[in-house]
Design a protein around this ligand. Structure first.
Ligand SMILES: Cc1cc2nc3c(=O)[nH]c(=O)nc-3n(C[C@H](O)[C@H](O)[C@H](O)COP(=O)(O)O)c2cc1C
Ligand code: SF4
Ligand code: SF4
Length: 442
């Protein structure tokens, strides 16, 4: 059976499936229950000078039938005294010596950083995570994302921590920045042992149409919150990839966070360079039990592909992420409809007609209207296949013979790219479009 154990920057764990610092790691009871269910590590709810929270605290985007497709919160770090948390950390470590217990920290002064690091090490933590990401409340007090958005300050604080800590240090980044490599590189320059990302995205999930206050509302007022859950996964994946592929990051281990819910999500993060993952929203939605699907799925994937350890495939997708200019312009696919599977809903027709390239026509076929692809108009954009509600009904079929490979980069070097507004070399030149007046009914 494949071996899931990891050594993440010196932090050992039976598997790469960790709980992110958040409500599921508020207390020892939860962390013990999670380890018992199969989680390999837990980043404790951020410790610091305890805060006072508001109610309500959470909001969400319910997209059609999917509840909590995106999740938003305005809660702060732990509201429990440090001693209570540390006593429980010690107790968890006694019961689970081989699991990773990581203390997430957020304090202000150098003295506070030094003191809390010492206290946590005495309690038996396996490592630290520095919370430079919280984009609400704490940033107004000069902490959280206020640090994550200032690479120089971030580097200084990482430096303080590295001097004080004897256990490995993970720097957790805020995604609320235009180039994630800047705080990532600052962390590495400060000496961090590892990076984790993402914390939550600054957001307003909605407005209450009765009292005109942002959601979640607190006595008729609201504030921006931190957005996470399935909706943020694509953005987080891209940020993980940017850091994993950046030479200045010196290949420090990355813990991937954001919208992870299934084993497939886990594998995607690992393929893009993460070597552990962390989960919050999915556990808040479905409970600790989701780790069983993640673990068995991961083991099955590794067995199917012949991988013995997760290090056999970490970063395997990175070489396939290239710049746009390096994509093959001669690769050509077009849509094909399986007439037997089609239910005649016409969603593909209207999507292509109004939103793409007028490459689908309706064809009366008895009672049901089965659409047809107009091959010469199809540009292979995928839209119809994406909107079609029937699995595998529209497939994209390769039309080129694969013998020619030509990229924009190569075309540019040859001087064969359009350079004037009406250039003969324009890609869409001669591509048929209906006459504008054909849009009018009469
Ligand atoms: C209610 C809530 C509270 C959170 N509290 C913290 C926190 O105390 N410290 C921290 O580093 N991140 C905190 N986070 C962020 C999560 O650790 C995680 O980075 C983020 O939710 C993205 O992961 P997800 O999409 O799996 O939820 C919190 C998230 C939520 C939803
Ligand atoms: S792939 Fe794009 S252009 Fe081709 S039929 Fe579908 S929607 Fe139209
Ligand atoms: S969207 Fe799919 S099922 Fe609906 S008409 Fe088009 S091909 Fe048929």
């Amino acid at each position: 059976m494949p071996d899931l154990s990891i050594n993440f920057a010196g932090i050992k764990a039976p598997n790469p499936l960790w709980l992110a610092s958040a409500p599921p790691t508020n207390c020892g009871y939860q962390v013990m229950k999670a380890f018992d269910a199969g989680w390999g590590g837990a980043v404790w709810k951020t410790l610091g000078v305890p805060i006072v929270n508001v109610s309500s605290r959470y909001g969400s985007i319910n997209y059609r039938d999917t509840r909590m497709a995106g999740f938003n919160n305005i809660e702060l770090i732990t509201d429990r005294p440090l001693k209570d948390n540390l006593d429980e950390i010690s107790e968890v470590k006694k019961h689970f010596p081989d699991h990773a217990v990581i203390a997430s920290l957020m304090v202000e002064t150098k003295e506070e950083w030094e003191q809390i690091i010492k206290d946590c090490e005495n309690a038996g933590v396996d490592g630290f995570e520095l919370n430079f990401g919280c984009p609400h409340g704490m940033c107004e007090r000069g902490m959280g994302s206020a640090v994550g958005q200032e690479p120089k300050v971030l580097k200084t604080i990482v430096g303080w921590v590295m001097e004080a800590a004897t256990k490995p240090v993970i720097t957790k980044l805020s995604p609320n920045i235009s180039d994630i490599r800047e705080p990532g590189r600052a962390g590495v320059r400060g000496g961090t042992d590892a990076i984790s990302l993402v914390n939550t995205f600054k957001s307003i999930v909605g407005i209450d149409l009765e009292n005109y206050a942002p959601l979640p509302s607190v006595d008729g007022k609201g504030t921006n919150g931190g957005y996470c859950g399935p909706a943020v996964k694509p953005i987080a994946l891209h940020m993980v990839r940017e850091l994993a592929d950046d030479p200045e990051m010196n290949k420090v281990p990355i813990s991937g966070i954001g919208g992870i819910e299934t084993w497939r999500d886990v594998v995607e993060y690992l393929l893009l360079g993460a070597s552990s993952v962390q989960v919050c929203t999915a556990v808040m939605h479905y409970g600790f039990g989701i780790v069983r699907e993640m673990e068995t799925g991961l083991i099955q994937f590794m067995a199917d592909k012949g991988y013995n350890t997760i290090y056999d495939f970490i970063g395997k997708a990175l070489p396939n992420v290239v710049e746009w200019k390096d994509l093959n312009l001669n690769y050509q696919i077009i849509a094909e409809i399986d007439q037997d599977k089609c239910i005649g809903c016409e969603l593909c027709f209207i999507a292509c007609e109004d939103g793409a390239h007028q490459a689908i026509q309706l064809n009366k076929n008895g009672e049901i209207r089965i659409p047809e692809i107009i091959e010469e108009n199809c540009v292979g954009c995928n839209l119809c296949a994406l909107v079609c509600p029937v699995e595998e009904c529209i497939t994209m079929v390769k039309k080129d013979n694969g013998s020619e490979h030509l990229t924009w980069g190569e075309l540019s070097e040859q001087g064969n790219i359009p350079t004037t507004f009406d250039d003969e070399l324009a890609g869409g030149r001669g591509h048929w479009v209906p006459k504008p007046t054909a849009a009018l009914k009469n």
